[in-house]
Design a protein around this ligand. Structure first.
Ligand SMILES: [Mn+2]
Length: 322
């Protein structure tokens, strides 16, 4: 097991130096000092797939800056993340802002080859939620195209299984329908948590219902707490699971910096608590998306996104500890 070599904040202050995610080394540095790299984090500064307010193309930079203050030791799990895993910032994926499909194909190509495809897991930071198509497809390819597709835990206000929006089939409203069509995700092993109304139409939930995607609405979680997600977590067993976290599942009071606000969301405490609850899940990839820094207040949303990334990585560290 290779650790992550971080600058010591008592000698080299957190506000100095070039920003990388959580001060992790660049992929080039990590490959020299801490191979094999367990996780490569990369940005996808792309927001041409949004249905409403743009600006999340600046999300990865904002998250990098805010994440300078993410520390390394998890009290909840009792582990030092950087002693447990070799983590690296792989920079940003290439973007083509004028063509969603060409852009996503480019990200799939980039992410498929990143670091050691057989070993290194991928965590993508957005950018709009269309990136989930690329990062999940790349993860599925890197893991040898598991039959039937990956399982997924999806935190979001929206189901993101709309077939087309304004004639576009590759927007941030559609990543999961495309992945299911291509066999990269198993809808019967998908849970979407935090879904809330109002919706454009009740039919927006039809795809999920017809394909067996399970939904825990925000209201149901408020009523039943962890009992609403625990049976699904138990059912996953040792299955390979991808975690997709749309920051808009959090309440705008806690996470105002996002583009399709939904009122009455999870608190930061609830969102981070649910991720910690997933200890034992076999996480093979993840993303945190939809941070829109121009609408943020005090960098809270960007810092929350960085903490979401930290909690996802901790789940893998918990698994390796056994
Ligand atoms: Mn979403």
């Amino acid at each position: 097991m290779s650790p992550t070599i971080l600058p010591d904040p008592r000698r080299s202050p957190r506000f100095a130096g070039i920003s990388t995610f959580c001060r992790y080394p660049t992929l080039e540095e990590a490959q020299k000092t801490s191979a094999p790299v367990d996780w490569a984090l990369y940005g996808v500064p792309f927001d041409s797939g949004v249905t409403y307010r743009p600006g999340s193309r600046f999300g990865p930079r904002a998250v990098r800056d805010a994440s300078q203050y993410v520390k390394r030791y998890s009290i909840h799990h009792g582990l030092d993340l950087c002693d447990s895993l070799s983590l690296a910032d792989a920079g940003d994926a290439p973007v083509i802002p004028y063509d969603c499909k060409a852009h996503l194909d480019g990200v799939v190509g980039f992410a498929s080859q990143l670091a050691d495809p057989k070993h290194t897991k991928l965590l993508a930071v957005g950018g709009d939620h269309s990136l989930a198509y690329a990062n999940i497809k790349a993860t599925w390819l890197r893991r040898g195209k598991p039959e039937g597709g990956l399982a997924m835990l999806h935190f979001d206000s929206h189901v993101d299984t709309v077939d087309a929006t304004l004639g576009e089939k590759w927007s941030h409203a559609s990543p999961f329908i495309r992945l299911i069509e291509e066999g990269c995700l198993d809808p019967k092993a998908m849970l979407s948590v935090g879904i809330k109304g109002p919706l454009n139409t009740g039919a927006d939930l039809d795809f999920a219902k017809e394909h067996g995607i399970r939904i825990v609405t925000r209201e149901r979680f408020a009523r039943d707490g962890f009992a609403s997600i625990d049976p699904f977590l138990a059912e996953l067993g040792s299955r390979e699971v991808y975690i997709s976290f749309d920051i808009d599942c959090l309440d705008p009071a806690d996470a105002p910096g996002t583009g399709t606000l939904a009122m009455g969301g999870f608190s930061a405490t609830e969102g981070l608590g649910m991720l910690r609850r997933c200890a034992g899940v076999n996480v093979v990839g993840g993303d945190v998306v939809e941070v829109l820094p121009d609408r943020d207040l005090g960098d809270n949303t960007a810092l929350l996104a960085a903490h979401v990334a930290f909690e996802i990585l901790c789940l893998d560290a918990v698994n390796r500890r056994g």
